[in-house]
Design a protein around this ligand. Structure first.
Ligand SMILES: [Zn+2]
Ligand SMILES: [Zn+2]
Length: 370
């Protein structure tokens, strides 16, 4: 049973039908009452023609966890996009993404080639989630094809000017088998957080188990982007990589915890910044921290044990290397910990606010000791 409007029969219950092409920019409002009786209300006449939003070439897939330490990585996003289109990753990359990256250089034969034609050597490793030129190309291509904006937050492109890339990212993919298993049991999407691409992230901050880099079935290592990558499954034997290991919980040392927390903060902070941080701005903030440490030392010389080494590193960085990106793991994270500020505060707060925070943090510490 249906209703007949202008010669068209509608048999499904609907609240609003857009029929601008059929009825000259007119909407029909249909309302389902409590008694399940379909009523027709007056037409709304729209005087201007309706703007149809632009359509994306690929499904506009929403990335997972943006603004949190567990933000999805760009390599995970592209794998999930292939899954959503029911395509092998190779077909999606070589058929849709490669033309957007190589432009006029694209030849149809590339469709049958392996992804290694596009993602050679380091580009197929977790470093693709960092700050490489190919990372920028991949992000731009995916934004253009999905019309999803801000996919740069699935990489570390935000930090390219201020953080040193060398040694920061892994050569081989790692994953948390317990997270994979938990997500599967909870029917959550399987994805790979950007956090797992950092070399210094060795355990899962959520389940406190060690990240692993080999398939439990065939002992193979995995690429970040491979021809037939499927999230949560081995590239080689195709078996599921998740499992529960009740003895897997490890004791975490404080330094490791600080580093992983710092990296997580960095990932979560990127979307909160109005613009990517600049080196002169960061150096100015580090100078402020240096002055605060020196003042703190003048008040209490016993602090030299904890502050002396990092203070020396800060001085060298500020005077000799101020035009180069800085080391996240050995400089920025320890400096923030000693200044009792978060990585987020270092990048988000302006110099004046940061000065007030440092004043309180370091003075309070001094007063408590007295
Ligand atoms: Zn985990
Ligand atoms: Zn395997």
């Amino acid at each position: 049973m249906g209703i007949k409007i202008n010669g068209f029969i509608f048999s499904i219950p609907v609240y609003l039908i857009s029929v601008d092409t059929l009825f000259n920019n007119q909407f029909l409002l249909l309302y389902m009452t409590d008694q399940n009786v379909l009523q027709i209300y007056d037409r709304i006449i729209i005087s201007q023609s309706l703007e149809i939003p632009p359509r994306s070439r690929l499904y506009s897939l929403k990335p997972i966890g943006v603004g949190t330490p567990y933000t999805e990585s760009i390599s995970s996003y592209v794998s999930r996009l292939a899954q959503e289109h029911c395509l092998p990753l190779k077909k999606l990359i070589m058929g849709e993404i490669a033309p957007a990256i190589v432009g006029d250089q694209y030849q149809p034969e590339m469709l049958s080639k392996n992804v290694s034609i596009l993602f050679a050597n380091s580009d197929a490793k977790p470093a693709i989630n960092g700050m490489r030129d190919m990372t920028r190309s991949l992000v731009n291509a995916l934004q253009q094809l999905t019309l999803c904006q801000n996919l740069q937050y699935l990489s570390c492109l935000t930090w390219k000017e201020v953080i040193k890339e060398r040694g920061l990212f892994r050569q081989e993919k790692v994953w948390c088998p317990m997270c994979f298993e938990q997500w599967r049991q909870e029917n959550k999407p399987i994805y790979e957080p950007l956090l797992w691409s950092f070399k210094d992230v060795t355990y899962c901050p959520q389940l406190h188990c060690k990240l692993v880099d080999r398939c439990p079935h065939c002992d193979s290592q995995q690429k970040a982007i491979a021809n037939n990558s499927r999230l949560g499954y081995c590239d080689h034997c195709k078996q599921w990589l998740g499992y529960v290991d009740s003895d897997a919980e490890i004791k975490i040392n404080e330094k490791e915890r600080q580093i992983i927390t710092g990296i997580g903060e960095l990932i979560a902070t990127a979307p909160l910044l109005n613009s990517p941080p600049t080196l002169p701005d960061l150096i100015q903030k580090l100078q402020l921290i240096q002055f605060s440490f020196e003042r703190s030392l003048r008040q209490d010389l016993t602090k030299f044990i904890t502050l002396g080494k990092i203070l020396e590193q800060l001085k060298i960085t500020i005077t000799q290397h101020k035009s180069k990106p800085l080391n996240l793991i050995n400089l920025l994270i320890p400096v923030c910990n000693l200044a009792k500020i978060s990585i987020s505060q270092l990048f988000k707060e302006d110099v004046s606010t940061l000065g007030s925070i440092l004043n309180i943090n370091l003075t309070q510490q001094y007063d408590l000791r007295r």
